[in-house]
Design a protein around this ligand. Structure first.
Ligand code: FAD
Length: 517
């Protein structure tokens, strides 16, 4: 019934600039789509932006872009495409903020739904014993942060970057340094409203229509379009103690990370990153960080070696400053970092959570933001992390001057195993994110070709030697690869697809299933 999509318009990381598909391959407009009664409207021209994404290497021009003003706009459109039959070949992709990197939010010749146009429901915070915020699926997380803070509340689980939509991150997972104790964002949702691939509007939760609820969370947009979400909230702290420290030795670094995520009463945020062959690292440290011992730190030489940076944060309110300091001292005393490399900072919750946006604005000012982003995200089981680090950081990668490499462990016990998300089969696994940028004109180790070759070597290591590693924000070109990715969960995934989107209309850019009649 459902087969994989070999997409002729897919430029698959061709290093030449993305090209438009020829207008002759665009189907003529079905008249009735133009006349569909809507609260919002369709655009058929000036829609090139919906053919692109943050990755910059895929370009698939849609046939039309819907700017919905109501859920019924979305359901009428999907129902229309569903009833149109196979001859149209039309597919539908919800587009959040278009921050995928491999065409996932694109619909070649299909309908893209610009989810940020959906402003309903108006964001509303509900206080009480289990507070939550009721938001549109097209809402940006940064707006949710600002609104919930007015009530002294905030979501508990985040991504590192907040200019992403609720529907976009809930279709994947939404992972950051809080996920070790709260699970990813998909595990912090009470209820969803979803438009299925048949155009039906369904409300679902862990108790009501639970199968659809779990299917959609981490479901890569395959089972429905999230139009509304109730997101769980907790008390928001005012301030954040933000700390970074360096390690030479990977085993000490990962042992400390694992100690912290397993400990009760620990930091509120735990991440880490890798620096390979960087010289003068301390001088380039963020100016907002204070060095605990500037004299000792100035004597520290990284000498182009691999260094691991543990990054942690503790939330507090100003009147708890002393308690916070004592707790930080206690936690730090249990760690084995290089003593002269402790960097601390105190910032507001907003400045901490929105930190990547600040860096983004600096890149934008230098014209370095809208470049290619051949990213690779992996979930690596604890039992494989040390071999992985040895081979990848010690051998495959020559440096990481073109982007950060994040690495941090999480506790699987805090993650709900009923969602569609696939994770390694161990109690602790690591999020490892290679996040390079490639300027099209770059050469040598900075070039797109070089970065892609590195990514291939890492993926090959995972598929041949270090088994059990899973891609996150996955991208594959054949259905066999998707089947391997899902493993035992594949059967359920296919069964849910045939139930909720039987014609495989939704999210064609994931290249899992092909539109059928
Ligand atoms: P889009 O790219 O627009 O869409 C992604 C997929 O979701 C598509 O298949 C689309 O069809 C589908 N979709 C979108 N909206 C809906 C909806 N309402 N209902 C159903 N399906 C929908 N991820 C993390 O987990 N942690 C991070 O720390 C993190 N940091 C990031 C930092 C940056 C700078 C960037 C660019 C990405 C980061 N990501 C991170 C990845 C990000 O979470 C995903 O790429 C996410 O999908 C982007 O959200 P979006 O709103 O742009 O979605």
């Amino acid at each position: 019934l459902l087969s994989c999509t070999p997409d002729s318009t897919d430029l698959s990381y061709d290093s030449s600039p993305p090209q438009e598909i020829s207008s002759s391959s665009v189907p003529s407009t079905p008249l009735s789509l133009r006349t569909l009664p809507l609260d919002g409207h369709f655009n058929f021209e000036g829609i090139q932006y919906a053919a692109k994404d943050f990755g910059g290497s895929y370009y698939n021009l849609p046939f039309a872009v819907l700017h919905p003003k109501s859920v019924s706009d979305i359901s009428s459109t999907v129902k229309y495409v569903f009833e149109l039959g196979s001859a149209s070949g039309l597919t539908v992709a919800a587009r959040g903020h278009g921050h995928s990197v491999q065409g996932q939010s694109q619909a070649p010749n299909g309908v893209v739904i610009h989810m940020e146009s959906l402003r309903l429901p108006k964001m509303q915070v509900h206080d009480g014993e289990s507070p939550y915020v009721d938001v549109s699926g097209g809402e940006l997380w940064i707006n949710i942060l600002h609104e919930t803070l007015k009530h002294g509340l905030a979501p508990k689980s985040w991504t590192d970057y907040l200019h992403l939509t609720v529907g976009g991150t809930l279709s994947n997972a939404g992972i950051s340094g809080q996920a070790f104790q709260h699970g990813p964002q998909i595990d912090n949702v009470y209820e969803l409203e979803v438009v299925t691939g048949k155009g039906e509007v369904v409300t679902c939760s862990g108790k009501h229509n639970a199968d659809l609820f779990h299917a959609v969370l981490g479901g890569l947009g395959q089972f429905g379009i999230i139009t509304r979400a109730k997101i769980s909230l907790g008390a928001a702290p005012e301030r954040v103690k933000w700390i970074r420290m360096l390690y030479h030795d990977f085993s000490m670094f990962s042992r400390d990370q694992e100690h912290l995520i397993s400990r009760k009463n620990t930091f509120d945020y735990i991440e880490g990153f890798v620096n390979i062959n960087k010289t003068g690292i301390l001088n380039k440290w963020r100016s907002s960080f204070k060095q605990s011992d500037p004299l000792q730190a100035s004597l520290f030489k990284s000498e182009g070696k691999v260094l691991y940076c543990l990054e942690v944060a503790l939330y507090f309110n100003p009147h708890e400053s002393n308690v916070m300091s004592k707790k930080v001292d206690e936690l730090l005393s249990e760690l084995s970092y290089i003593r002269s490399t402790l960097f601390t900072s105190e910032v507001s919750l907003v400045d901490f959570l929105d930190r990547v946006h600040l860096s983004e604005m600096k890149l934008r000012a230098k014209g370095l933001r809208d470049v290619l982003h051949p990213w690779l995200n992996l979930l690596v089981p604890k039992s494989k992390i040390s071999d992985f680090a040895k081979e990848v950081f010690g051998n495959i990668l020559q440096g990481n001057s073109n982007g950060p490499i994040l690495i941090y462990p999480v506790n699987k016990s805090k993650w709900n195993n009923k969602t569609s998300l696939v994770t390694p089969d161990e109690d602790i696994f690591y999020m490892v994110a290679f996040l390079p940028s490639a300027v099209p004109s770059a050469s040598g180790t900075e070039s797109l070709e070089h970065i892609l070759a590195q990514n291939e070597r890492i993926k090959s290591l995972c598929s041949t030697v270090l088994l059990g590693i899973k891609q996150y924000l996955s991208h594959y070109s054949t259905q066999e690869e998707w089947q391997t990715h899902f493993g035992p969960q594949w059967e359920v995934f296919v069964q849910r697809k045939s139930e909720y989107d039987p014609l495989a209309i939704l999210a064609p850019g994931q290249r899992i299933f092909q539109r059928t009649s």
